[in-house]
Design a protein around this ligand. Structure first.
Ligand code: GDP
Length: 691
């Protein structure tokens, strides 16, 4: 496939609810354009785009897939469409964010039977936030109970009056056989795979006339000059209307609706035509780039200096690392040397490819605006910018998806453990919605992901791609302990029978300190009751106990420890004996003083539509949370702020999703430590590691 010029490239992301038919549509477009001979099915594992075993098993897409195709548009000119198929399941919304970062047009696929679904709305909001142009394809028009008018009505309700149908179905459900074009007033029939002009059916003529006029008015009212001529009685031609509409689509003032069936092929060619005719080319959007202290706009100009943005990294067990990139400016050719602005290292682009599902086609050059793949750039990660030497620029990263669901992972064997770090690093490079950290307080490797399906997919990928087997366990809550009163105790080590003995006595006094003060140690020993050289050993014994765990086994905070007396033996006393004596003494004194377990409390902010606010607040109360306030955000959502014990939020990502049908979102941050109610202490102790 030769590279077409920038203005003939369309980078198109397919978005929509899982099951709306995105992958089937992508494959139908590929077959129609002759890019593949036969489309496959996600259901039976023959899909061209969804080839990962984890994807085939779940019958759904799990990561974005790119499929380039060439199409001759309505005006007879060739166009290269880089389709980006995105998963529709909420756990994988990070992939949609990545795709939105490089797409110039989003095609929303909506089922004619199910209409606007929860995830469609969520993705629409994300697309709107990036300002990308949008078309809507109402798919499954061939299915029983397909209702185009109902769905358009629903789309306008959800996404505003800029949503306008450009087509009407000829027949619907089992009777779907063609399309009426509201701009040209022509009808088309699809018979034996091809499209041909047809008579406008009588029963549709009046409706077509009415809707075509409304559409015309909608389009011309966005263009002052055209509007004036229209009001003067001049009816614009179909091509004039399309040109105006293309500008309105680019400015996000119009969101045209098309229809068809990915299954039977009705309307698919017209969708490709509209993508070429109405979709903006990459040179319509300059890229924002950081250059020193400034942010500059770089135009997608193929003759300028090359500027490459790596937007996704894949690891293939056979091919190794693949970096998916968009050329923001200039033209890159095989064997170019470019510098990674993050590391300063020079990278040679050995092999350039087009990727279609798994299939790779070598290319020699990639022009501005186009997407391609380069293999084996080991020092390059997702988000990196490559540019010629001496051009210190960096592409602005899109806002990252914050993964809110956390689990801890444990390697099954030592062999698994040895390979785990590297494997996780590679998976994180592939997946922007995965974050892994080692939490020292609880000695766990914690994985932050989007939900339980996402976690399961990562665990399967670890096993399949890297041969690393892990188990999932709950994230430990970092409980602490402190004291509630004052007390004294004598810590004693006495072992003087036979051989060399051990003897030490340390008298300790403990007193509580204010929250957040940490632990203080004071040496008040007078008269050499404990010789000076053993005092550091007493202090170490105290510090070790504080760190390793006090009476219940949790790290100790907020108390003052005074060593005020003791005894020693000229021969049998040692540093070891004093360390042990201090440890015993401290635990005894703490037990005597009264121990309180402290639990972390988080500041939770939940954003929900108004009708879910009551339920969310009631649920917070069942989690021992205290609502601090409510507010209404700029987007009209309700925001509930609450202080909630962290242990009660372990599965909140999943629970909030089911409580609000996916409409809620939240943030959480550590706020303070508070006393854990006594009846929950035993349960907290159970979470401690058993060793
Ligand atoms: P995705 O999750 O949006 O990628 O949806 P898929 O492409 O996996 O399709 C989900 C299911 O709907 C599959 O069983 C498809 O065969 C079916 N499907 C997709 N498009 C159509 C269509 O236009 N008509 C009918 N009847 N079924 C369709």
């Amino acid at each position: 496939m030769n590279s077409l010029p920038t203005d003939r490239i369309r980078n198109v992301v397919l978005l929509g609810q899982s099951g709306a038919g995105k992958t089937t549509l992508a494959e139908a477009l590929l077959v129609m354009a002759g890019a593949v001979t036969r489309g496959g099915r996600v259901d039976d594992g023959t899909s061209v785009l969804d080839t990962e075993p984890e994807s085939v098993k779940r019958r759904m897409s799990l990561s974005l897939a790119i499929a380039p195709l060439e199409w001759t548009a309505g005006d007879g000119r060739r166009c290269k469409i880089n389709l980006i198929d995105c998963p529709g399941y909420p756990d994988f919304v990070g992939e949609a964010d990545t795709a939105l970062g490089v797409a110039d047009l989003a095609v929303f696929v909506v089922s004619a039977v199910d209409g606007v679904e929860v995830h469609t709305e969520l993705l629409w909001r994300r697309a709107a936030a990036t300002g990308v142009a949008r078309l809507i394809f109402v798919n499954k028009e061939d299915k029983e109970r397909a209702d185009f008018h109902g769905v358009v009505e629903q789309l306008r309700g959800a996404f505003g009056a800029g949503v306008s149908a450009l087509e009407l179905p000829l027949g619907e459900a089992g009777a779907l056989h063609g399309i009426a074009d509201l701009i040209s007033g022509q009808a088309f029939e699809y018979r034996s795979g091809g499209r041909r002009p047809a008579e406008m059916p009588d029963e549709l003529a009046a409706e077509e006339h009415r809707l075509a006029e409304a559409l015309r008015e909608e389009i011309v009212s966005g263009d002052d000059e055209q509007l004036e001529r229209y009001l003067g009685g001049e009816v614009p031609s179909a091509s004039e209307l399309e040109r105006t509409l293309a500008d309105e689509v680019m400015d996000c003032r119009q969101f045209p609706v098309l229809l068809g069936s990915a299954q039977t092929g009705v309307g698919i060619d017209r969708l490709a035509d509209f993508i070429c005719d109405l979709g903006p080319s990459p040179d319509r959007y300059p890229a924002a780039v950081v250059a020193g202290p400034d942010v500059i706009q770089v135009a997608a100009d193929s003759s300028a200096k090359p500027l490459v943005h790596v937007f996704k990294t894949l690891t293939d067990p056979f091919v190794g690392q693949l970096s998916l990139f968009k050329v923001l400016s200039g033209t890159v050719t095989v064997d170019d040397h470019l510098v990674n602005s993050r590391t300063g290292a020079e990278e040679r682009l050995h092999g350039l490819f087009q990727l279609r599902g798994k299939e790779q086609t070598p290319v020699t050059a990639v022009v501005a605006g186009d997407l391609a793949v380069v293999a084996k750039l080991v020092g390059v990660s997702t988000g990196d910018t490559l540019a010629p030497k001496g051009t210190p620029v960096r592409v602005l990263a899109p806002a990252a998806t914050e993964p809110m669901y956390a689990v801890a992972i444990v390697a099954r064997t030592q062999g698994d453990d040895d390979k785990l770090g590297n494997a996780l690093q590679r998976l994180q490079a592939e997946d922007a919605a995965l974050r892994v950290e080692r939490v020292e307080e609880t000695k766990q490797t914690v994985m932050h992901a989007m939900g339980d399906t996402h976690v399961n997919v990562i665990v399967e990928r670890l096993a399949r791609k890297f041969g690393v087997n892990v188990d999932i366990v709950e994230v430990r809550v970092p409980y602490l302990e402190t004291i509630t009163g004052r007390a004294e105790a004598e810590g004693k080590v006495k072992k003087q029978s036979g051989g060399h003995g051990q003897f030490a006595i340390a008298n300790l006094r403990v007193a509580p300190l204010a929250r957040g003060s940490g632990v203080e140690f004071a040496d008040l020993v007078v008269g050499g009751a404990i010789p000076r050289n053993f005092i550091p050993a007493v202090q170490r014994g105290v510090e070790e106990t504080v760190a390793k765990g006090g009476v219940h086994g949790f790290p100790v905070v907020d108390l003052r420890v005074e060593c005020f007396d003791g005894k020693y033996h000229a021969v049998d006393s040692s540093e070891m004996a004093f360390r042990a004596a201090a440890a015993h003494g401290l635990k005894q004194a703490m037990a005597e003083a009264g121990v309180a377990v402290l639990e972390p409390v988080s500041l939770l902010r939940v954003m929900v539509p108004a009708d879910h606010q009551g339920e969310v607040m009631a649920d917070i109360a069942t989690r021992r949370g205290k609502v601090q306030g409510t507010d209404i955000t700029a987007h009209g959502e309700h925001e509930v702020t609450a202080l909630v014990p962290t242990s009660e939020l372990a599965k909140y990502a999943i629970e909030l999703r089911s409580m609000t049908a996916g409409r809620g979102s939240y943030t959480v941050q550590h706020d303070h430590y508070d006393v854990l109610p006594a009846h929950l202490v035993a349960k907290a102790i159970e979470t401690l590691p058993k060793d």
